[in-house]
Ligand binder design. Structure first.
Ligand code: FAD
Length: 279
């Protein structure tokens, strides 16, 4: 199978146990020599300092390029500019740029309404200082006016200066292939990297999928429900399903994989080993 680069996404831990768990996951995943690690950002600024702290720790410990996610919702230009300049000062070279979602109870979109505006702002403020990744939705973002509008929106983020897309996770490879075809038809020639969510836990996956609009196919859901508390069977099934998904994607031309690790390493490593990726 074609060898493609991988990247791994983490979230900033909030407890001492979470910090230890992330360190373990990161050092295990670093052995696969990923292209980069990325660290999520609590939209509205709730984890801004933790995100940077986690990125710097990751870079210092592993010497692997580490990228903060940055979101514009709830921020004004001045505050965003300060964040960008701080990132430049500490030598960050890559960003995942998002609109984000307002945390419940928070109001006010901020001065930049969409991720496209954020990408444009980053380019205006910092030129080519950062490689910028943006989000794409093979199954359509839940707030989009239509699937076509959402693809136009993705294309507009690339035209505004983003270097590549990372998709929301999905379990139907055709959704990805159709999305890539539709982007091609709009002249997008930036790489579109599938986001991969290894299956490890039914309840959590169901909750996330409901929240972000990713489809959990019925055949996967019923199998997972049948396993009940049998963690080992869920794990084995999840690794198998995720490996086969990645095989189809690579065979269909996917240029890389971005794993949503949930700060765990076992499933991502098992899938990468099955695919012969990493060292
Ligand atoms: P946008 O690209 O701005 O799109 C948002 C919605 O607006 C879409 O429905 C789009 O079709 C619509 N839209 C765009 N332009 C217009 C327009 N002019 N008129 C009308 N509608 C329009 N969230 C976090 O909070 N922190 C993270 O760290 C984080 N990391 C992520 C990483 C990846 C790889 C992905 C795929 C998602 C991530 N998210 C994160 C979730 C993301 O913030 C949400 O999905 C959010 O709702 C949309 O962000 P976006 O950047 O895709 O927004």
């Amino acid at each position: 199978m074609t060898k493609v680069p991988v990247s791994f996404e983490f979230f900033p831990p909030r407890t001492p146990a979470g910090v230890t768990k992330l360190k373990d996951a990161r050092s295990a995943l670093a052995r696969l020599r990923p292209e980069f690690f990325s660290v999520t950002f609590g939209a509205g600024g709730s984890t801004q300092d933790l995100t940077l702290e986690t990125v710097l720790e990751s870079r210092d410990e592993t010497h692997i390029d580490s990228a903060p996610h940055i979101s514009c919702i709830g921020f004004d230009r001045e505050r965003l500019s300060a964040v960008l300049h701080r990132y430049q000062e500490v030598g960050i070279e890559r960003l995942v740029a998002l609109r984000g979602d307002l945390p419940s109870g928070m109001t006010g979109f901020g001065e930049l309404r969409y991720a496209r505006d954020l990408v444009q702002f980053i380019r205006e403020q910092t030129g080519d200082a950062f490689t910028i990744h943006v989000a794409g939705y093979p199954e359509t973002h839940p707030q989009a006016r239509s699937a076509n509008d959402d693809i136009d929106n993705f294309a507009s983020k690339i035209s505004a200066g983003a270097n590549s897309g990372i998709t929301q996770y999905f379990y139907n490879p055709d959704a990805y292939f159709r999305f890539v075809e539709a982007c091609d038809a709009r002249g997008v020639n930036a790489p579109i990297v599938p986001g991969i969510m290894p299956i490890t836990n039914y309840t959590q996956l169901k909750r996330f999928s409901d929240m972000c609009g990713a489809e959990l196919p019925r055949w996967i859901e019923t199998r997972l429900r049948d396993f009940g508390d049998d963690i080992e069977s869920i794990r084995a099934f999840g690794i198998d399903v995720t490996t086969r998904l990645c095989e189809s994607l690579v065979n269909g031309g996917a240029p890389a994989f971005h794993f949503y690790t949930m700060n765990q390493h076992q499933a991502s490593i098992a899938v990468c080993e099955n695919l012969g990726l990493g060292q």
